[in-house]
Design a protein around this ligand. Structure first.
Ligand code: PRP
Length: 208
């Protein structure tokens, strides 16, 4: 998970219908020292992810799809999303990470390459969060060069206010403000991925 200075917003995909941010409730006792508040709770995530699966099912019907998931932050979102997809699909992972474990957007390195041939296939690219858009732009271009039939982008969270690259998602779970979010796969310095909700990290826990 990364954060950096605010940047001018780039256009976002108006066709991707994100759910309004709900009231999410209290932080579970075990996490109160580190988590400032719950932004989206587990039930709200589950409802939204099921709805996204239904939307994807409708759009991909009739073609065998390849789901390409970006490591590591998608772990929970991916598992929940695909268990509701009643479609023939193949699954592969691509590893991309910013250099180091700090909070600023650094150099992107590929840590795992695709193994499945996506030529002529419908690809669903899945990521946990679209932030500056640098990662998605780079990964999308790499997959595009492999000549798929089409690529659709699916993210759980979108922070359009931080975009520096013109990149849009076709399926968005929730549009969120510029907060430092953790949980449900999202990390800070590789921690907090196991939280079952999306929460806001206490500012004093962030070391820049
Ligand atoms: C996070 C997240 C996205 C990316 C979004 O990945 O999972 O892939 O940042 O940021 P961007 O839009 O500014 O490029 P990270 O590199 O932190 O790796 P992780 O998935 O292992 O947490």
């Amino acid at each position: 998970m990364k954060t950096s200075l605010r940047v001018p917003a780039a256009p976002v995909n108006r066709n991707a219908r994100a759910a309004a941010l709900p009231r999410a409730g209290n932080v579970p006792a075990a996490w109160r020292d580190e988590v400032d508040r719950v932004l989206i709770n587990d039930a709200q995530i589950a409802r939204r992810v099921r709805a996204m699966s239904r939307e994807i099912e409708r759009d991909f019907k009739g073609h065998e799809m390849v789901v390409v998931s970006l490591l590591n932050g998608t772990v929970m979102f991916l598992a929940d999303l695909i268990r509701h997809l009643s479609l023939p699909l193949r699954l592969d992972f691509i590893g991309v990470s910013s250099y180091g474990s700090g909070t600023t957007s650094g150099e992107l390195v590929f840590t795992k390459e695709l193994r499945i041939d996506v030529r002529g296939r419908d690809v669903l690219l899945v990521d946990d969060i679209l932030d500056t858009g640098r990662t998605m732009k780079r990964v999308r271009a790499k997959i595009q060069s492999l000549c798929p039939r089409r690529i659709q982008v699916c993210v759980l969270l979108d922070k359009p206010s931080r975009r520096v690259e013109t990149v849009q998602a076709d399926y968005v779970g929730f549009t969120i403000p510029d907060l430092f979010v953790i949980g449900y796969g999202l990390d800070y310095a590789e921690r907090y991925r196991n939280l079952p909700f999306v929460g806001v990290l206490k500012p004093e826990k962030i070391q820049i």
